[in-house]
Write a protein that binds this ligand. Sequence first.
Ligand SMILES: Nc1ncnc2c1ncn2[C@@H]1O[C@H](COP(=O)(O)OP(=O)(O)OP(=O)(O)O)[C@@H](O)[C@H]1O
Length: 239
Amino acid sequence: MSLVHRALASRRAAPTRVMPPGSALTAALTSQAAHIAFQPPTQTGGIRSSRRSQKTFAFDHCFDSSEPGSARFASQEIVFSSLGKDILDNAFEGYNACIFAYGQTGSGKSYTMMGGHDSRGLIPRLCDTLFDRVADRSDPGLTHKVEVSYMEIYNEKVHDLLDPRGGKQSLKVREHNLLGPYVDGLSVLAVSSGQDIERLIVEGNKSRTVAATNMNSESSRSHAVFTVIVTQAPQRSSD
Ligand SMILES: Nc1ncnc2c1ncn2[C@@H]1O[C@H](COP(=O)(O)OP(=O)(O)OP(=O)(O)O)[C@@H](O)[C@H]1O
């Protein structure tokens, strides 16, 4: 059963990714199939021996990005093809989909979701493929509209990262009686290409709250939520 089919069945799937050595989190990690064995460093004086023993954790999928060049190395492309493509299939079928990156500072969340300098992450790859599929879709009876929003939650306050006025005022979270919680006044911008989205992400990132931590010199200090809304509708005869 694929990750996403399992996700649909259980409504969630939990993959993990091992970072390369030299990144902020260095420890002897080995990943195999869907298990990860974590061997804490031996030379940390003062840690009780029971806390130094190897620990094994199970995930739905392990991406081993610890050794660039090794046969099992999971590149950004592999992470995308394992997680991203099926999510788009489901989005076109009308399902809501969410990719949520969770981990301590410096563990590679931004790298996996957005990418590094020359290694694009999941979100830009998803957006490009989304527009490729819109262009490829053979059904002339359907129209597609794609819109995005981008916000950060920092110190319990919600900020619009795509506010055209560049304001930093916080927005209110309200409850719609049919649609549930929403952010009142959040900008929703129409886009027509993957490049449009990438430009907005770059602009939005400039407004994000960033500061150095001991584990990450460019740590995003907030939670960020990037939303893509795809609307498919039957073409009206007057269109
Ligand atoms: N798989 C990877 N391959 C190469 N470099 C990586 C990988 N994962 C993370 N890095 C690098 O490690 C550093 C920290 O990663 P990143 O900023 O993505 O962490 P984060 O989890 O988003 O941290 P924070 O919560 O502090 O914002 C960055 O310089 C990033 O480029």
